[in-house]
Design a protein around this ligand. Structure first.
Ligand code: FES
Ligand SMILES: [Fe+2]
Length: 431
């Protein structure tokens, strides 16, 4: 559990907050590159409590500006997307993607007022089919993170994202919580559950078929840029079955892959919209081959970590990725299935995670009771707070500004009982 003060420190993300300032040290996903058409419509976005608009100029340059015009605060969402910049339709002021006002047609030409006006603007870069932004103070941002999923050819990855009605941290904590899988995503009838089938297949692949232990032994190890969260279960022949999650500051997690000789790896990026909402980016990638048509079709249909059934789109920020499954409709739960076949009746692991993390409400961590199984969560909070406090108190650069440290993978593997897990898994954990 945390004090009320630590809870507030860890969850508030606006400008000037402890964690908000930490997150502004890193590149942040904004939208998919494909969402911004050259010369096309402007999109509202909201990140770390800041209301912004994203657009792509007719010649292809991406811009990310404060939503409200420097003149009299009209929304640039309605702006004209012209080659020289985004033009406010109220009085015609025009801002280039760097934020400079380049035209002020409602003022007489002899005035120099135009040179004194700028619109808030953040630099953008594209990698992995994603537009990233840097919202921090450095005049020279760090390099983009060398995440393997963002560096492989497009055919080797699938990226989706969905909106969640809760603070980013409780969603992220679900990503470093290996103990919930046997319950929230578990089943009563093995024929009915893809997750359990996958886990059982994994066990078969490893030469043992016992039901996965529901209380794995959890170990956590620090890495340069985050943590390894290892869930250890007994396996035959003097071995341990390890499922290892990667956490990378400040908002990346990679859960262990389904096992097989040729796994597709999963990852999440948990991006705060504001204190009470987040965008959950979900990535599936293969390091060396294109995803098969079957794999792609499954991801597009919302299998695994993906949720791809949005409610009718609105033009609000991320108004086109709000899942149909939501609190108001019990996340489409099948209560009969919950009674007879599944531990929890909501269909699909993505929606199951969404339902339970949203159900924590405005999560007051001073009221929780953490056990040994919650070790990953405890250590994530500690790393975040330590990095944020060191930055605030001493200007210490946080971990992860070296792009190469993001070149990692999660792992599911067998190791002899006498091999230390971090050492034994090292090669598998490197991209
Ligand atoms: S409010 Fe934008 S130009 Fe006047
Ligand atoms: Fe989960």
């Amino acid at each position: 559990m945390l004090t009320a003060e630590e809870n507030a420190q860890l969850t508030r993300v606006g400008p000037g907050t402890l964690i908000g300032d930490l997150m502004r040290q890193y590149w942040i996903p904004v939208v998919l590159s494909s969402e911004l058409v050259p010369g096309g419509r402007v999109k509202r976005v909201k990140i770390l409590g800041e209301e912004l608009v994203a657009f792509r100029s007719p010649s292809g340059r991406v811009g990310l500006l404060g939503e409200f015009c420097a003149h009299r605060r009209a929304s640039l969402y309605f702006g004209r997307n012209e080659e020289a910049g985004l033009r406010c339709v109220y009085h015609g002021w025009q801002f280039e993607p760097g934020g400079r006002c380049v035209d002020m047609p409602n003022e007489r030409p002899e005035t120099s007022f135009q040179d004194k006006v700028t619109q808030p603007a953040y630099p953008c870069a594209e990698r992995g089919g994603v537009v990233w932004t840097y919202m921090g103070p450095a005049s020279r941002p760090p390099g983009l993170p060398d995440l393997e999923w963002a560096l492989v050819p497009e055919a080797q990855r699938f990226v989706s994202k969905f909106w969640q009605d809760c603070n980013y941290l409780q969603a992220l904590e679900g990503g470093v919580d290996p103990a919930h899988i046997s319950f929230l995503h578990g089943i009563l009838d093995a024929r009915d559950d893809a997750m359990r089938r996958a886990l059982d297949q994994a066990a078969v692949g490893f030469g043992f078929t016992s039901q996965l232990e529901r209380a794995p032994h959890i170990e956590v190890a620090d890495t340069e840029t985050g943590l390894l969260i290892g869930a250890r279960r007994d396996a035959p022949a003097g071995q341990h079955y390890w499922r290892i999650t990667q956490y990378l500051l400040p908002f990346h997690t990679m859960p262990p892959p389904e096992v097989g000789s040729d796994p597709v790896f999963p990852s999440h990026v948990w991006i705060p919209v504001d204190d009470d909402h987040l965008v959950n980016w979900c990535i599936s990638w293969h390091p060396t081959r294109a995803l098969t048509a079957d794999e792609l079709a499954a991801f597009q249909a919302g299998s695994g970590i993906h949720i791809t059934a949005p409610a009718p789109a609105t033009s609000e920020a991320y108004g086109d990725i709000r899942p149909v499954a939501s609190r108001g409709n019990d996340y489409l739960a099948d209560w009969e299935a919950q009674r007879m076949r599944k531990f929890f009746g909501v269909p699909g692991p993505g929606a199951q995670d969404k339902a339970l993390t949203e159900s924590q409400g405005a999560y007051d961590r001073s009221l929780e009771r953490l056990g040994r199984a919650d070790l990953g969560i405890i250590r994530v909070r500690k790393r975040l707070l330590e990095a944020a406090i060191a930055l605030r108190a001493h200007g210490t650069p946080p971990p992860g500004l070296d792009p190469a440290t993001y070149g990692v993978r999660p792992a599911s593997m067998l190791l002899p009982k006498d091999v230390p897990w971090v050492e034994g898994a090292k090669k598998r954990l490197t991209a």
